[in-house]
Design a protein around this ligand. Structure first.
Ligand code: HEM
Length: 477
C-alpha cells in the first residue's frame, strides 16, 4: 500500500474509538470463564492450549529469551555464548571508553520533536510489561560451582568521574540463565533443519513477554492474588484508592536502599518503586483497573468478582497495546518506521518471546531519554515543586505522604518540552540505517506476536511536530 494512503488510513482510524479493534487482534488466552477467553497470568497457553506442546510455554514467564545470531554471526567468537570472560577476545574496545566517546554530553539536550517526558516514562513502564532479566554474581558460576570470568568493566581514563584509583571498575553481573544451557555440547539448531549448534547460554525472562499489563497484574498467581481484593473485581489500594497497596505480604521487590518491605509499593512488576515517576504510572493503572471494575459492575450486575477482574484486566491490557502501538512507537520511531498494528493479525506460529538483543541492547535506548528532574505542576499550570531524578529513586514516601503528587507530576510530563535528552545511540545515528529500523520494527512485531507484513523502510526518521502533535500523551504541543 502506498505510504501516503496508509498514513491517511491511520489518521482516519485515530479519530474513531478503537478498543474493539485491538481486542479483535488480542492474543489468544489460556483460560475460559463462562465461555469468555482470558489471558493466563503467566503467559502460558498462548500459541497452544496443549500443555504437552512446547508452544504452550512460548512467551511465558520464566522461559528462555530468543537469541538472535549464533557463532557465525559473531566471527570474533563472542557469539559462542558459552562461558567466556570479558577479556577474551581482547580485540574489543573497552565498553566504558566507547560509552564516554558516544554518550558524552553536558546536561540534558532538548528533544527537537517536542516529545515530552511521557515518552521515557511510558518506555520504562512498558519495558516492565515485557522483560525482566534477573542478575547476580552467582550467574558467573558454572553449575559445577566453578567460578569463571571477571566481567567488571575497567575505567581506563583517570579523568572519568567514576574513576577510583583503588578500584577503577564498574561492577557487572551476568544474567540469570537456563542451567541446562551454556555448556560445550551440540544441540539441534532452529535452522537450517537438521543442523546443530553449541548449547548457547540462554537467558531467562522472568515475566511474560506479551503486552498484557503484567506489570499491573503480575506474572505468577501468588503475586496476582496478593494484588487483589477478591471483591467486585478490584485491586487493592491505599490512600483511598489513589495508590497501589504496600508490600505487606513481603513478596520479591527491588529494594536498592534496603527499605522495610512493607514501606514499598506492591505492583505486578517488582521494579515499581525504582523511581517515583514510574510508581506514579503504576498508581494510574491501578486506579484505571478499579475505575473499569466499577463500570463493569454497574453495567453487568450478574458478573462475579472473577469475571469483573478478568474483564477489567483484559481492557487494561488492550489499552497498553493501543498506547504502545498507536502512540508510543510512532512517537519514537516515526509513523513510517513503527510497526503498523493494522497490518497484522494473530499468528500462533510466531514465537513472541522477548529477544535477548531487545532486552539487553535495543530497548535500553530509553536510558538516554531520562530527564534529570520532574516539576510538580498544579491545575493552574504553576510549578509548585521540583523533584530531581536522584530524589526520585526508591522514594515511595513521596507519594505516600502526598498521593496528589501523582497528578502534579503527570501534568509536568504532559506539558514540558525542551529538556529531553537525545536519542544518544539507537534512535540517533545507529537506527537511521533502514536495516536496523526494520529489525527494530520486527522485534516489536515479534514481541507482541503481531506479525504484520510492513513494507518498505525509508532511510530517515520522519516524525516532525506535525506528526507528534497527534500523539496526545507524548507531545508538548
Ligand atoms: C528513570 C528511569 C529509568 C531507570 C532508573 C532505569 C534503570 C534500570 C536498571 C537499574 C536496569 C537494570 C540494569 C541491569 O542490571 O541490567 C534497567 C534495565 C532496563 N531498562 Fe531501564 N531504567 C529507566 C528507564 C528506562 C527506559 C525509559 C527504558 C526504555 C524505553 C528502559 C529500558 C530498560 C530495559 C529494556 C532494561 C532491561 C530489562 C530486563 O530485561 O531486565 N529503562 N533499567
Amino acid at each position: 500500500m502506498l505510504r501516503k494512503q496508509s498514513r491517511r488510513l491511520r489518521s482516519r482510524r485515530r479519530v474513531r474509538g478503537h478498543i474493539e479493534e485491538l481486542e479483535r487482534r488480542a492474543l489468544m488466552a489460556a483460560s475460559f470463564l463462562n465461555g469468555v477467553e482470558w489471558r493466563s497470568i503467566d503467559g502460558t497457553g498462548n500459541a497452544s492450549t496443549d500443555p504437552n506442546n512446547p508452544a504452550f510455554r512460548r512467551g511465558a514467564a520464566e522461559t528462555q529469551q530468543i537469541r538472535f545470531g549464533y557463532g557465525t554471526d559473531f566471527p570474533d567468537l563472542f557469539g559462542d555464548a558459552i562461558i567466556t570472560d570479558s577479556s577474551t577476545p581482547k580485540s574489543r574496545e573497552n565498553p566504558r571508553t566507547i560509552s564516554n566517546v558516544i554518550h558524552a554530553q553536558n546536561g540534558s539536550v532538548p528533544d527537537k520533536r517536542l516529545l515530552t517526558d511521557w515518552v521515557f516514562q511510558w518506555g520504562q513502564f512498558i519495558t516492565h510489561d515485557v522483560d525482566l532479566t534477573r542478575t547476580g554474581a552467582q550467574f558467573n558460576v558454572l553449575s559445577d560451582d566453578v567460578t569463571v570470568g571477571d566481567f567488571r568493566i575497567k575505567i581506563e581514563d583517570p579523568n572519568d568521574p567514576l574513576y577510583n584509583v583503588n578500584n577503577p571498575y564498574i561492577p557487572f553481573n551476568r544474567s540469570q540463565f537456563d542451567p541446562t544451557t551454556g555448556d560445550n555440547t551440540d544441540v539441534p539448531a532452529p535452522f537450517p533443519p537438521g543442523s546443530f549448534k553449541k548449547n548457547n547460554r540462554e537467558v531467562i525472562n522472568a515475566i511474560t513477554s506479551y503486552i498484557d499489563a503484567s506489570m499491573v497484574y503480575g506474572s505468577n498467581d501468588e503475586r496476582a492474588d496478593a494484588l487483589r481484593t477478591f471483591k467486585n473485581g478490584k485491586l487493592l489500594t491505599t490512600a483511598g484508592g489513589k495508590l497501589p497497596s504496600f508490600n505487606t505480604p513481603g513478596l520479591e521487590n527491588d529494594n536498592a536502599i534496603g527499605l522495610p518491605a512493607d514501606k514499598l509499593f506492591l505492583a505486578g512488576d517488582l521494579r515499581a518503586n525504582e523511581q517515583v515517576n514510574l510508581t506514579a504510572v503504576h498508581a494510574l493503572f491501578v486506579r484505571e483497573h478499579n475505575r473499569l471494575a466499577d463500570l463493569i459492575k454497574k453495567n453487568y450486575k450478574t458478573m462475579n468478582d472473577e469475571e469483573i477482574y478478568q474483564m477489567a484486566r483484559r481492557i487494561v491490557g488492550a489499552e497498553m497495546q493501543i498506547i504502545t502501538y498507536e502512540e508510543y512507537l510512532p512517537a519514537v520511531m516515526g509513523f513510517d518506521h513503527a510497526p503498523d498494528p493494522d497490518g497484522g493479525a494473530y499468528n500462533p506460529a510466531t514465537n513472541a518471546s522477548i529477544t535477548n538483543a531487545f532486552a539487553h541492547a535495543f530497548f535500553r535506548f530509553g536510558h538516554s531519554q531520562i530527564s534529570d528532574s520532574t516539576l510538580l505542576v498544579n491545575n493552574a499550570g504553576k510549578v509548585v515543586d521540583n523533584l530531581t531524578i536522584a530524589e526520585a529513586f526508591f522514594n515511595p514516601d513521596f507519594l505516600k505522604n502526598n498521593p496528589g503528587n501523582v497528578d502534579l507530576m503527570m501534568k509536568d510530563w504532559r506539558r514540558r518540552s525542551g529538556r529531553r535528552t537525545t536519542y544518544s545511540w539507537s534512535m540517533g545515528s545507529a537506527t537511521r540505517s533502514s536495516a536496523l529500523l526494520a529489525r527494530a520494527a520486527s522485534i516489536w512485531r515479534r514481541s507482541t506476536s503481531i506479525a504484520a507484513a510492513t513494507t518498505g523502510y525509508p532511510t530517515t526518521t520522519r516524525c516532525g511536530s506535525c506528526m507528534a502533535s497527534r500523539l496526545e500523551r507524548f507531545c508538548s504541543r
